[in-house]
Design a protein around this ligand. Structure first.
Ligand code: ADQ
Length: 474
């Protein structure tokens, strides 16, 4: 198990900057509610900041009223909200971030649309994030800017705080050159990131794509083997650091969780996702239907439990995806269900952590089949929760997680027959093989957990910044 790196040992403050905060404010008829944000980024950074303290800069999801704050003095870390003018939210968030960058970076360019007014809103809002961050910086602080919504923030921040240690971590894939160059503002984004001392990605393929784009679009000198870009007088390091989870927390939760309550006579296949077209939920449902068609022996005794947390429902495409999933569930259940058995159970909601741990623990198969995914933490959470009779992980080779989770059954999510075949293999795998595969997966995730990831990231970032400061001084 990786060691915890406690707050007391850190002199410099960690400032995490991300679009969303770990809490979102929602105003409704019952007043203002503080809602816990769901998603991979919060899952990664919350334990880190709880562990070492610091400041989280982000958007609270709504306008704050006079005197309203998000921090309590007793909290392990402080929260600094960024106010985004209403007029810019649509262009910056729903528009440029989620209709241009998100599909393009997941190599789905036909879903992407590019509007100059949305780009301009993105530029303005990135400037605001930089201003709020700069206003809260003290000498020696370490700033870590996160994700595709804030790719220009490092350059804006560098102008305001030339000496600052600035890192950037991209949580989604970095696409290949032929896809990236479709973006009309591709060069500006690269320059935004290259104001950092270090840029981090989940896997080495994304680092290679990034370096290739930097070289071909900006003409900068790039050392691919060492992951170094010479950008003006700055030396920028590009590194692959696969994100892990708070393994011990998931494992503990799974040990303590009450029973999932699955029927004794059912094998359960579990899918857990934000409702997003990159997660391949329709394809997964169809692959399960294919399994029932090709292998009737699984009928009556196997259930697919699909959880989907509502996401980005302001974007029309996400609403039509929801309708598509509703219809598919109806079709497959209509075709195969009997009076005593429903093949697919579909829950469209957030599930509390202890319940999620129980479901992960009880599921015979974890089915994680995104069409494209930066990493995918669900695969890791499933593995951490396998504290009893070991289940089997079926994992898309299009997820970053597939680069390290070699003992999973890897499937092509676009190929329904392949996914159905992997499901059949998982459902019929004997205990010794399940045990061997799961133990190897668990050991790796326990060792490379979020604490060890954060420790490495901080070490690499401070070393890179030190070298840049030294070079500037000489
Ligand atoms: P996401 O696209 O949000 O993250 P992922 O890594 O799978 O994807 O994380 C989803 C998180 O949401 C998990 O912690 C999961 O437990 C939680 N979750 C999903 N459905 C839920 C439900 N119904 N109820 C409760 N919790 C639910 C982005 C990238 C990923 C990358 C992460 C972190 O797209 O590729 O792994 O950031 O870098």
């Amino acid at each position: 198990m990786a060691k915890r790196h406690s707050a007391a040992r850190h002199k410099s403050k960690l400032v995490t900057v991300s679009n969303r905060l770990p809490v979102t404010l929602r105003r409704g008829p019952r007043g203002t509610e503080r809602v816990r944000s769901t998603g991979g980024l919060v899952a990664a950074f919350e334990p880190l900041l709880e562990d070492r303290g610091g400041l989280w800069v982000g958007w609270p999801g709504t306008d704050l009223r006079d005197g309203e704050t998000l921090s309590d003095p007793g909290d392990a870390y402080q929260i600094e909200p960024v106010q985004i003018p209403r007029a810019d939210i649509k262009g910056y968030y729903h528009g440029f971030s989620n209709r241009a960058l998100w599909p393009l970076f997941h190599t789905m360019p036909v879903r992407a649309s590019f509007r100059t007014s949305e780009w301009e809103a993105y530029e303005r809002v990135n400037g605001r994030f930089a201003e709020t961050t700069a206003a809260n910086l003290e000498p020696g602080d370490i700033v870590l800017v996160n994700d595709y919504q804030l790719m220009l923030t490092p350059a804006r921040l560098r102008r305001l705080a030339p000496e600052a240690t600035i890192g950037f971590f991209l949580h989604i894939p970095f696409p290949p050159y032929d896809v990236f160059r479709i973006l009309p503002w591709a060069r500006q984004l690269l320059r935004g990131m290259l104001a950092c001392d270090l840029v981090g990605f989940h896997v080495s393929g994304y680092v290679r794509n990034f370096l290739d784009c930097v070289h071909r679009l900006l003409g900068d000198k790039v050392d691919v083997r060492r992951g170094i870009v010479q950008h003006g007088h700055r030396t920028v390091r590009a590194v692959a650091l696969p994100l892990g989870i708070d393994y011990a927390r998931y494992e503990d939760q799974a040990r303590q969780a009450p029973s999932a309550g699955f029927p004794e006579d059912q094998r359960v296949i579990l899918g857990v996702d934000r409702l997003d077209y990159t997660k391949g939920i329709p394809e997964r449902l169809k692959a399960f239907g294919r399994l029932l068609e090709l292998h009737p022996e699984h009928r009556q005794r196997t259930t697919l439990l699909q959880l989907a947390v509502p996401s980005r429902s302001e974007v029309a495409e996400y609403r039509s995806l929801k309708r598509e999933i509703d219809e598919l569930v109806g079709q497959i259940n209509g075709r195969y269900a009997s009076a005593s058995w429903t093949p697919i159970r579909y829950l469209y909601r957030t599930v509390p952590p202890d319940r999620l741990a129980a479901l992960y623990r009880g599921a015979d198969v974890g089915l994680v089949t995104p069409l494209r995914d930066g990493m995918n933490l669900v695969a890791k959470e499933y593995v951490a929760c396998q504290v009893g009779d070991p289940g089997v992980l079926v994992l898309s080779h299009m997820a970053g997680a597939a680069e390290t989770m070699a003992e999973a059954l890897l499937a092509n999510p676009y190929d329904l027959d392949d996914t159905a075949m992997k499901l059949h293999t998982a459902l019929t795998m004997l205990l010794p093989e399940r045990h061997t595969r799961m133990e190897a997966l668990r050991q790796r995730e326990a060792e490379h957990d979020v604490h060890s990831w954060a420790h490495k990231l901080m070490q690499r970032l401070t070393a890179a910044a030190k070298q840049n400061r030294k070079a500037e001084g000489s």
